[in-house]
Design a protein around this ligand. Structure first.
Ligand code: NAG
Ligand code: NAG
Ligand code: NAG
Ligand code: NAG
Ligand code: NAG
Ligand code: NAG
Ligand code: NAG
Ligand code: NAG
Ligand code: NAG
Length: 500
């Protein structure tokens, strides 16, 4: 129960490539949203916080969290490496730019930017990071009538899937579904399997690990995910109807959403989670499908990673303007969202990092996504990973500012520098700023990089990763900000917010 797993999902060796998921063993804490539709404005799927049954110390949680994070980071690097190999060997480029057309609700007329004029969808999000999970959850209603699940919201995943029973009979079903929530496909009139003989199965879903097995033309298209720790998820693809609340208080539905019905999942990774919501950039991700209906964009606001469980925020499809007030001293900034280069990840162009308004000396290639580097914004990683040529100068400068604090050895191999934080005052630490190539600046709060790890102890929240490779801005760095992914216009907007 207490173990938290984060794994890389990879294709069977003979298929030769990888997918990533970040999964945890956790316990559902709350699903108080069953009558949530209509209680506030917005299309909503709710992100739900999960708790550990057994109490763990903050430090234990952090150790587990970091273990997961490292594996995820490796899988990101591996993905980029394999992508290069595929390209140079001239094989089919599997990950292409999605070609979506977006419906734009009328959100442009400011006099109509009210609850009826500009309808968005929203789903409640909660932080799990205070339990060492570093994840955010969304409550997902799927099928007709709708069945409700708790999914991990992951910008690094393209497939949305949940534990599921496609065909089962009587006692057999009940026996297997006793312990966890399972989608009952046979109870849903909108469950529509993808035939294995279809072009969709054979070609388009190849990037989502479809199997070639096809005993008869109408057999459902199957997938097989293998995890590094030996866990696996096997299932079938289907189109389904997803239900969520709209900001005008009614229900919205999206039909023909590709979902994975995971009939078996072995290993620790799935024990507590119902599945994953794919928010990555790929033709079949839920993010794209929902964004198509809501002006081509989605956004989330990550509450402080130490927030209590009853503090929630939203995952929003469409305009977030009716939902959040932006902290006035920090207006929304914009930068280019680099789509299609490292699918399904969202990349950004950074040109440097400064500390206390001094630009750190970091070689330019570190930031070049086409030159072995680049930066990914990831909701599924917790800490921020910097490749060695960026890590060294950032750490050296930050360590200097903490020189008067007693160094602690907390036995967390990934976190190099921790101090006894007695007497710590944020004003002692110079502000760190990420500078985007197009001029925008992202200035996270100090607590996002001098992280509270235990009572009286703080650590610098950066983790080194190998060069060449991508750097990853994790969700702790993203906290207390709105992040809007405008897929139609390749824009990333962000702004400081309490998320409430
Ligand atoms: C693949 O290689 C071609 C030619 O070498 C290059 O133009 C293209 O940008 C590469 N694509 C990716 C995604 O790296
Ligand atoms: C995404 O869709 C476009 C157009 O429908 C198609 O050309 C492309 O091959 C698709 N990409 C993948 C990965 O299936
Ligand atoms: C995207 O769609 C447009 C128009 O439908 C088409 O001209 C273009 O070739 C498509 N791009 C890709 C990558 O499929
Ligand atoms: C905005 O909406 C208002 C009320 O619906 C309408 O009177 C006005 O003409 C609209 N403005 C524009 C620029 O469309
Ligand atoms: C709510 O918005 C949806 C989508 O725009 C629309 O179809 C529906 O009629 C609206 N309902 C109300 C009560 O405004
Ligand atoms: C599933 O939905 C897609 C659109 O997302 C559609 O092209 C496809 O035909 C559907 N397949 C089935 C079996 O309904
Ligand atoms: C959350 O719970 C705590 C105590 O359990 C309470 O003090 C706080 O007001 C609650 N916050 C919200 C937003 O409900
Ligand atoms: C460390 O303490 C010394 C002596 O109190 C002080 O002069 C110095 O400014 C401090 N350095 C930092 C980085 O806080
Ligand atoms: C930090 O130092 C104080 C004394 O300055 C000590 O009481 C406390 O136990 C130390 N905390 C840790 C976590 O080592």
């Amino acid at each position: 129960m207490s173990s938290i797993m984060n794994m890389k999902m990879c294709r069977l060796p003979q298929r030769g490539f990888f997918l990533y998921l970040f999964l945890f063993s956790m316990v559902i804490f709350l699903a108080k949203c069953s009558q949530g539709l209509g209680e506030s404005v917005g299309t909503k799927l709710e992100l739900i916080h999960r708790h550990h049954l057994q109490p763990m110390t903050k430090l234990e949680r952090l150790r587990q969290l970091l273990h997961s994070d490292i594996i995820r980071q490796r899988s990101i690097s591996e993905s980029l490496r394999l992508k290069k190999i595929r390209n140079t060997t001239g094989r089919r480029q599997v990950l292409e730019n999605p070609n979506a057309t977006y419906y734009h609700p009328d959100c442009s007329n400011s006099s109509r930017r009210d609850k009826s004029g500009c309808v968005s969808g929203k789903m409640t999000m909660n932080s799990g990071a205070d339990f060492g999970t570093g994840q955010y959850f969304v409550s997902f209603s799927v099928g007709s009538p709708a069945q409700r699940f708790v999914l991990i919201a992951d910008t690094g995943s393209d497939l949305t899937w949940m534990n599921c029973k496609y065909r089962c009979h009587g006692a057999q079903c009940r026996k297997k579904t006793r312990k966890r929530r399972v989608f009952r496909a046979d109870h849903s009139s909108s469950f529509d399997t993808v035939p294995c003989s279809s072009r969709m199965c054979k070609i388009e879903l190849a990037s989502l690990f479809s199997l070639t097995r096809c005993p008869s033309p109408h057999t459902p298209c199957a997938y097989d995910y293998r995890y590094l720790d030996g866990s696996a998820a096997l299932g079938i693809f289907a189109n389904e109807t997803v239900t969520f609340g709209l900001t005008n208080g009614t229900k919205g539905r999206i039909h023909n959403v590709l979902v994975g019905c995971s009939e078996s999942s072995t290993g620790q990774s799935f024990q507590e989670a119902d599945g994953v919501m794919g928010l990555g950039y790929s033709n079949y991700s839920f993010a794209l499908k929902a964004a198509e209906k809501f002006g081509g964009k989605f956004s989330y606001c990550l509450v402080d990673h130490l927030s209590p469980q009853n503090v929630s925020s939203y995952l929003i499809f469409g305009s977030h303007k009716t939902e959040y007030s932006i902290t006035t001293h920090y207006r929304m900034r914009q930068t280019e969202l680099v789509l299609g280069v490292v699918n399904p990840f969202y990349a950004v162009n950074i040109k440097g990092i400064s500390l206390g308004s001094i630009m750190l000396k970091i070689p330019a290639e570190v930031w070049n996504v086409n030159g072995g580097g680049g930066v990914i914004l990831d909701s599924g990683s917790s800490l921020t990973f910097l490749t060695q040529p960026a890590y060294q100068p950032v750490m050296a400068a930050l360590k200097l500012s903490l020189i008067n604090f007693t160094r602690l050895n907390l036995d967390i191999p990934q976190l190099e520098f921790c101090v006894n934080s007695t007497g710590f005052d944020e004003s002692l630490v110079p502000r760190l700023v990420f500078h985007f190539a197009d001029g925008a600046r992202f200035e996270p709060p100090v607590k996002s990089y001098v992280i509270d790890v235990a009572p009286g102890a703080k650590c610098l929240g950066f983790v080194p990763s190998n060069w060449p490779g991508a750097s990853v801005i994790g969700n702790i760095m993203q906290q207390n900000h709105i992040w809007e992914f405008d897929l139609a216009n390749n824009r990333l907007s962000f702004g400081s917010s309490s998320c409430t």
